[in-house]
Design a protein. Sequence first.
Length: 240
Amino acid sequence: MASAWGGSLAGRVHGETAVGSYKAGPNSVLFGDLSAPYTHNSTNAHYVTLVFNRKDIQRLVPHIDGLHGLVMAGKDAAPVVRQVTSLLQQLPDAGDEIGAHLGDGLRGAFLSLLNSTGTVSLSEEAHLSRLRTEVRWIIQQRFREADLDVARIAAMSKVSRATLYRAFSDGEGISAYVTRVRLQMATAALADPGDVRLISEIALSVGFDQVCNFNRAFRRIYGCTPRDWRHHSRTIGAAA
């Protein structure tokens, strides 16, 4: 069984559930339960449907049955619609790993929407999932700052460091995530034949305070030096 959360970007959709009818226009968000009966119709609609395992969602939203047929629009839905629109542009070029993070981000965006409007009560796991989404967004915007450490991220997220560590305890950890984002940006710069900066300049530009730390982290993650990566990437690019 599955739950579907969708974002309507254009046109109109409408339908019936066991408890009543629903209507959604452009730039709205519709919550549905694919295991429950419903009818659904659309008119010139362009919408995105995200399908999740029902058991996974129930851990985050204990009273999921009350969401079937719920529509949110206007300023409440605007942040989610903007994020869906932005991510649609990234998906064609996204690998499996990046795609998984995009999916997590969208789930967190929907949870933030439910939490901000007080529509349903969320579990602690859901609050942590929402926090991870917000923190990842902060890191994506601020990774260039060399002093972006756990304390600063916690302050910007308005949570304690203990809560931040708990939110990232099941994965690579908050500090490792910051490092990975910085390295991803560095690899893109190193592979760009139009980027003539020194490797040390690239390292500093993505937030490493010392080049030796950049080289050490790069070799640990990619198994080669930044110089070798640059040479190999540009050689392949030139031959293509």
